[in-house]
Design a protein around this ligand. Structure first.
Ligand code: TMP
Length: 209
């Protein structure tokens, strides 16, 4: 039986979720919580290999449904091998990206449909949903500006500006569908403010489970 809290971080490229979730992880460790930080796609060997396959800039021929299935496959393995056992032990799991990424990127930006992608993911997750999701909302322009200086841009980073606008629109649709689970944080602000707002929400969740 699940005893820990499952908290996910979402947002467009360059929203700062890894910076924020890493800071929250360190703070919670200092406070003595049993906490784990992980990410999707990846987090364990098999899923990291699937990640490489999906994000390789050379794989321009990848079909959108193939992409959606591979994300779901990586999600399944990561859940079974790492997330569910940790939750059963009572660990707080902080995960960068989960099903909402598939809903926004594959469902909306790739045009496969939110309902279709949700259904397809049910086979992979079998009802394991986050207790809370923090959506770090940036304008696509600001997000892309933040990642412009990165040395390595993966296949999805390299998508058109229109694609990243669709991702942002997708996240807004997903946030409107799940208002109890998803908290939208304005991530166009300075990093300390974004951190403080996100940390406050995370504490509310873990202290009330
Ligand atoms: P990251 O750069 O945040 O580590 O995520 C890798 C990329 O994969 C990012 O562009 C978002 C994308 N992605 C999807 O398109 N669908 C998904 O289900 C997940 C988990 C990530």
């Amino acid at each position: 039986m699940k005893k820990g809290s499952f908290i996910t971080f979402e947002g467009n490229e360059g929203c700062g979720k890894t910076t924020i979730s890493s800071r929250i992880y360190k703070q919670l460790v200092e406070e003595g919580y049993d906490v784990m930080q992980t990410r999707e796609p990846g987090g364990i060997e098999i899923a990291e290999k699937i990640r490489e396959l999906i994000l390789d800039p050379a794989h321009t021929a990848m079909d959108a449904r193939t992409e959606a299935l591979l994300y779901a496959a990586a999600r399944r393995q990561h859940l079974v091998e790492k997330v569910i056992p940790a939750l059963e032990k009572g660990t707080i799991v902080l995960c960068d990206r989960f099903i909402d990424s598939s809903l926004a990127y594959q469902g909306v930006a790739r045009g496969l449909g939110i309902d279709e992608i949700y259904e397809m993911n049910q086979f992979a997750i079998a009802d394991t949903m986050p207790d809370a999701t923090l959506l770090l909302r940036v304008t696509p322009e600001q997000g892309l500006q933040r990642i412009a200086s990165r040395q390595h841009l993966d296949r999805l980073d390299q998508e058109s500006e229109d694609f990243h606008h669709l991702v942002a629109k997708g996240y807004d649709e997903v946030a409107a569908r799940y208002p109890e689970r998803i908290t939208v944080i304005d991530a166009n602000q300075d990093v300390d403010t974004v951190y403080a707002n996100t940390y406050k929400k995370v504490k509310e969740v873990i202290d009330h489970v």
